[in-house]
Design a protein around this ligand. Structure first.
Ligand code: NAD
Ligand code: DAU
Length: 346
């Protein structure tokens, strides 16, 4: 019989895209850990993302907010929480341009509330899931390193950078054991179809135009979500307190490249591509130098883009019901607000 779990971590945002993949990773791969999963179930949080692990005894799901200081204190106390990994956030850049205030509420005030509770209860580790977007935008050359100055451009990245500053302040002022991770763009199963890759897969599957912003030559550095989850856990276990760790797979592609790859995987014509008005303030290029995590922790990505994108497209094809449930709700209103009348004429 397997040993009883020896320690408990509080994972926030564990019903979202990366959080649900992370919870599944822990339950499958790390036998001595119990997970308390706190998620407010906003539009992007979905219990269907956890359907296969909801009844696992080492997993306790709690619906609630990281802004709720009393709830967090009670959870830490009741479950003797060893450490916290904060995935909870408003995560979509376009929504942050449309409605920035909730990004301050969740990403800044929510992170601060969680830090305060962690400090009060003297938890032994706090990992903040940040993003490479806090570094701003690159020209054609160079990569983001951990010592690259933070220069966020969108309301989303500004809120994430502000949260990172709060994490640093809790380390510096109160001695909380903190780590910040900054990962590049993730893709894989359970990603909400407002993000580029699942949005393009969904539109291609339903014969709708694929809306490429601007000239489509913006570059993102893609990492398969399972590789990100493993990196976060290795950093939680082996990282040095106070450090920032970049996470990325040296896998840069233009958006147009990615969209064409998706169309090829689905055997759909390139005529579905439609260039639309650009995202305001659109960052041109992201590229992550992940040498610190490779050198100090020994983490490396294991899934190349060709394999990962094929697996992702197959997953969405096999989970039409999951996709359909999402797009049949408020999603259509969101899509119309963001995309109608945005087409560019030649
Ligand atoms: P997501 O939008 O899919 O999930 C966010 C989750 O947070 C949802 O389940 C939502 O219900 C929950 N949430 C929102 N507000 C909450 C609150 N107040 N209290 C508790 N839960 C709340 O986002 P994602 O893409 O999985 O991103 C997860 C984290 O990773 C975010 O912090 C994001 O900034 C970061 N990140 C994402 C990427 C990416 O490519 N998706 C890359 C780097 C970093
Ligand atoms: O870099 C990490 C970040 O990656 C995370 O911190 C964010 O949470 C995550 O949303 C993601 O941000 P991006 O803005 O890079 O991802 P998104 O999927 O929204 O867009 C990827 C690229 O595709 C970007 O250059 C904009 C473009 N795009 C996006 C959409 C939704 C399009 O051309 N058309 C679209 O319809």
């Amino acid at each position: 019989m397997a040993d009883a779990p020896k320690r408990t971590i509080l994972v926030t945002g564990g019903a979202g895209f990366i959080g649900s993949n992370f919870v599944r990773f822990i339950l499958k791969r790390v036998q001595d850990v119990r997970v308390v999963n706190l998620d407010a179930l906003t539009y992007s949080g979905n219990l269907a993302n956890l359907s296969d692990v909801l009844s696992v005894p080492r997993h306790t799901f709690v619906k609630g907010s990281i802004n709720d200081a009393h709830l967090i204190a009670d959870l830490i106390d009741a479950h003797a929480v060893e450490g916290i990994i904060n995935f909870a956030a408003e995560s979509h850049v376009d929504r942050s341009i449309d409605s920035p205030a909730i990004f301050v509420e969740t990403n800044v005030a929510g992170t601060q509330a969680l830090l305060a509770a962690a400090h009060e209860a003297r938890v032994s580790r706090f990992v903040q899931i940040s993003t490479d977007e806090v570094y701003g935008s690159l020209g054609p050359e160079g990569m983001f390193r951990e010592d690259t100055p933070v220069q966020p451009n969108s309301p989303y990245s500004a809120s994430k950078a502000a949260a990172d500053h709060f994490v640093h302040a809790y380390r510096h002022t109160y001695g909380l054991n903190t780590i910040v991770t900054r990962c590049s763009n993730n893709y894989g199963p359970y990603q909400f179809p407002e993000k580029m890759i699942p949005l393009m897969i969904h539109n291609a599957l339903t014969g709708k135009p694929l809306p490429v912003y601007g000239d489509g030559l913006h570059v993102r550095d893609w990492l398969y979500v399972a590789d990100h989850c493993r990196a976060v856990w290795e950093v939680y276990e082996k990282g040095t307190a106070g450090n920032v760790y970049n996470i990325g797979g040296n896998n840069e592609h233009t958006n147009l490249d990615v969209v064409r790859t998706i169309l090829r995987c689905l055997n759909k014509p390139e005529s579905l591509i439609q260039f639309v008005k650009d995202r305001p303030g659109h960052d041109r290029r992201y590229a992550i130098d992940a040498s610190r995590i490779r050198r100090d922790i020994g983490w490396e990505p294991s899934i190349d883009f060709e394999t990962g994108i094929k697996r992702t497209v197959e997953w969405y094809c096999e989970h039409r019901e999951w996709l359909q449930t999402i797009v049949s709700g408020d999603y259509q209103k969101y899509y119309d607000r963001m995309y109608s009348g945005r087409e560019m004429t030649a």
